[in-house]
Design a protein around this ligand. Structure first.
Ligand code: F6R
Length: 246
């Protein structure tokens, strides 16, 4: 999953060195980020003109908090590649206000929109922090996290009571405007949400299902996450008979 997705991201950057990348945090993209770091070190994959926008940030944690998404991104990726700090954008969760959300949306537009958006999926089917019942037209805003998401994220904190309950997150509408989307998922816990997202009805109850309406989304999953997909054999068949026609 990580290797395949790194090839796509690297191709995108080589084709357009000024690519605007949408980035996710969490466990899912860690392998992809490691592959990109490897490509940067071994083949000189150049991030110097890449612009990045992160999907979300916890509200209430200072930027330099060990569990903030800002810290996560610098620790796992930005400090290991040659992306310029001025080209990195992460929603500000420490002094949250609605004007900042609008500014984030405007900034994405000023840079010409997101070329390639990386997504993980939550066990409740969320993309970014668009929890069940999020409007499929939503924009960057504050969301209250579900109890399930708080529990899922507790593994990164000493105590569950320290897990933030709010996040500032790109909306489903924001994500859907990306020119290309790469959704990644691995492991048993993602089998249910992945099946809902790909083969279920399009519904705000699984915000990831909005990708069914997107003209250019690639989903990369491992066997465990794919285990309940009804059309699994067909997807494998498509992959084996891949064309270069875009
Ligand atoms: C993180 C994000 C979330 C995660 C999702 C899966 O920036 O937007 O939607 O992608 O919660 O998290 P992991 O990868 O930790 O299972």
């Amino acid at each position: 999953m990580s290797h395949e997705s790194a090839i796509i991201v690297a191709d995108q950057i080589r084709t357009n060195p000024k690519t605007v990348l949408g980035l996710a945090t969490g466990s899912t993209p860690l392998g992809l980020y490691n592959e990109l770091i490897k490509l940067h070190n071994s083949e000189g994959l150049d991030f110097s003109n890449v612009i990045s926008f992160n999907l979300d940030e916890y509200v209430g944690l200072p930027k330099n908090h060990p569990q903030s998404y800002n810290t996560f991104m610098f620790k796992t990726l930005f400090s290991k590649i040659n992306i310029k700090q001025k080209n990195v954008h992460i929603p500000n969760g420490s002094s949250f206000n609605l004007k900042e959300c609008d500014k984030y949306e405007s900034l994405i537009k000023i840079y010409g929109g997101i070329d390639l958006q990386i997504l993980g999926i939550g066990s409740d089917g969320h993309i970014a922090f668009n929890e069940p019942s999020s409007s499929l037209g939503s924009r960057t805003r504050l969301k209250t996290l579900t109890e399930k998401t708080v529990n899922d994220n507790a593994r990164f904190f000493d105590n569950i009571s320290n897990v933030p309950k709010y996040a500032v997150t790109m909306g489903v509408g924001t994500i859907m405007e990306a020119r290309k989307i790469l959704l990644l998922a691995s492991g048993d816990s993602k089998a249910k949400p992945i099946t809902k997202a790909i083969e279920g009805p399009i519904s705000s109850m699984c915000s990831a299902s909005a990708i069914q309406m997107h003209p250019k989304t690639i989903v990369i999953v491992d066997e465990a996450a794919a285990k309940n997909l009804k059309e699994k054999d067909y997807y494998k068949w498509v992959y084996r008979n891949k064309t270069n026609i875009n």
